[in-house]
Design a protein around this ligand. Sequence first.
Ligand SMILES: Nc1nc2c(ncn2[C@@H]2O[C@H](COP(=O)(O)OP(=O)(O)OP(=O)(O)O)[C@@H](O)[C@H]2O)c(=O)[nH]1
Ligand SMILES: [Mg+2]
Length: 389
Amino acid sequence: MRDWAARISSGDARALARAATAIENRDAAGIALLREFSTHPKRALVIGITGPPGAGKSTLVDRIARTLRIEGKTAGILAVDPSSAISGGAILGDRIRMQSHHSDPGIFIRSMATRGASGGLARTTADLVRLLDVSGKDTILLETVGVGQSEIDVARVADVTVVVLAPGMGDDIQAIKAGILEVADLFAINKADQPGADRVKWELHSAGWAAPVVETVATEGKGIAELLAAIRGLPLSEKPRGVKESFAIDHLGVAVDSIDAAADFYELQLGLRMTLRETVDREKVHVAMFPVGAAAGASGDVAPRIELLEPSAPESTIAKFIEKRGPGLHHIAIRVAGLARVLERLRAAGARVLGEPKPGAGGHMCVFVHPASTGGVLLELIEDEENWN
Ligand SMILES: Nc1nc2c(ncn2[C@@H]2O[C@H](COP(=O)(O)OP(=O)(O)OP(=O)(O)O)[C@@H](O)[C@H]2O)c(=O)[nH]1
Ligand SMILES: [Mg+2]
């Protein structure tokens, strides 16, 4: 094991390939290797390249890798295909296009297809990124097809995510899943040799997407230097590395006159299970929790919950809320990875953020946004501490 790990660290391509397979299969040996590497400091720059099918991601990755090699740097390339089977067209295409690097030990290429849940794919991707980092690759390029949640999870593993768009991909930016655009630190409008690139740029702009835009013609290697310069120019230090913004419902807080009375509905009639009942003295409330559904997605293990809130004293804010508006939805709580950045954006846009994040119940940092900014409901934002690296 030690010997294997040492060979990987020294950049041995065969040891690396064997390790990648063990990690993908989650073999005992793969897990042991990861444990061996768990204290390895992150060094590589991880660039996520995502976007709709056929936008030119693989061609772009290939060009970026070539440019890096000319600069004397090494690259690891992971092509993650969450949709197709191993023999799927996209991956086959990737293999063919990447063949020019085949004999270059400074480039390691790996294709992965979906196995199991999206969270699993993101986990394996993060592990392979670590492996490539350990092996001394300076830059890791992560290609995913932007069609669903799983690549958004995968994009969270990257330090910088480039969303590749191209003209003529369905005429409307709105047609592209908004979630994909949200992960963009940078847009590459590829196929700028074709008509309509300006229009894509204009649509991005008018739809309010603020990330920088670089035009490229991947097939001709145009705009690659500019793209790399833009990637390197992003203020990496400002965001915690490896943590990308993401959002998940944590709980819905419902103000009730009596937990006992309301619990009958949620427990007996609806069939949910009460997992916690407690009194939070500081907030002067009794709380009852009803998890709804399995832990959703990759962000943490906590299932979203309905929380019934009953005032434990007349001066409780819940008592005041009921007095004013009657029982009902009191707040929505969303778990956010990258809370600091989100707050910065909200404040800049004039949202009424109530104070600074403070430790709440459970010790997580949380902060409230006034209903006046949210369409009428108090919004609690909770920092998701999950870290991907
Ligand atoms: N005209 C033009 N064609 C391009 C450009 N970049 C890529 N292509 C072509 O577009 C097609 C798709 O390119 P890929 O690099 O496979 O695109 P992709 O986004 O990786 O595709 P998937 O992995 O299948 O989602 C290929 O035929 C490329 O040759 C470009 O800048 N201009
Ligand atoms: Mg591709």
